[in-house]
Design a protein around this ligand. Structure first.
Ligand code: 13P
Length: 247
């Protein structure tokens, strides 16, 4: 079984005005040599302009969330079809900031992942435990439960990624030990194989949470780590390229 192609994705979260497109262009100019697939997920307002700015480059553009429906009376929401129409190729679903801040449970995340596939987008499905859950020894149970609940059966025939993002490691400068990352990633892999067989073995499992150029090589070399989902360090092209270059 060949290992999944690594994916390094930058999640800009609610950051970035038009001027930030210059950073994306620097990423595009520097990412060509990588054996990883590289993606940037800007706020929805920049997806169309970033897609145009990066046309012909190897860097993919992604959304940060999508609604489960294709269209309708859902003020302020955006559908997978709209993201694809604007040039996106991927979409993050189930980020902990959506789960915690917008009340998204596993069923809602699964509906979004299904919508992503319907819209022709590759979903990056996020999972991860809180510090309380880790301290209580529940990290593996929580994360594998999220994987089972957040990935719909339709994923069986389509490319996707799972991102393990411990909630307590996001934006905190803290990271789990390599052994802890490997333990969770192995459990996610076992769950994916149980759910999807060989297809579940062929999709990358990303690590996310305080990934920086300084720790990227060690994290990316860990067992079953097939890339990274990068927040803060994806906002500066030099930092992001440092992570891309660590693959
Ligand atoms: P940081 O890299 O800023 O910790 O954010 C991680 C994250 O939430 C990516 O989705």
């Amino acid at each position: 079984m060949t290992a999944p192609i690594p994916l390094i994705a930058g999640n800009w979260k609610m950051n970035g005005l038009a001027a930030a497109l210059s950073e994306a262009k620097v990423v595009a100019a520097g990412a060509g040599e990588s054996r990883a697939r590289v993606a940037l997920c800007p706020p929805a307002t920049l997806i169309e302009r970033m897609s145009a700015a990066l046309a012909g480059s190897p860097v993919l553009v992604g959304g940060q969330d999508c609604h489960a429906e294709a269209s309708g009376a859902f003020t302020g929401d955006i559908s997978a079809e709209m993201l694809a129409d604007a040039g996106a190729r991927l979409v993050i679903v189930g980020h902990s900031e959506r789960r915690a801040g917008h009340g998204e449970d596993d069923a809602a995340v699964a509906a979004k992942a299904r919508a992503a596939l319907r819209g022709g987008l590759e979903p990056i499905v996020c999972v991860g435990e809180t510090l309380e859950e880790r301290k209580a020894g529940k990290a593996l149970t929580v994360v594998t439960g999220q994987v089972k609940g957040s990935l719909p059966p339709e994923m069986a025939g389509s490319a996707f990624a799972v991102a393990y993002e411990p909630v307590w490691a996001i934006g905190s400068g803290l990271t789990p030990s390599i052994a802890e990352i490997e333990e969770v990633h192995r459990a996610i892999r076992e769950t994916l194989v149980a759910m999807f067989g060989d297809h579940g073995a062929a999709q990358p499992i990303l690590y996310g949470g305080s990934v920086k150029p300084a720790n990227a090589a060690e994290i990316l070399a860990a067992a079953e780590v097939g890339g990274a989902l990068v927040g803060g360090a994806s906002l500066k092209a030099a930092d992001f390229l440092g992570i891309v270059g660590a693959v």
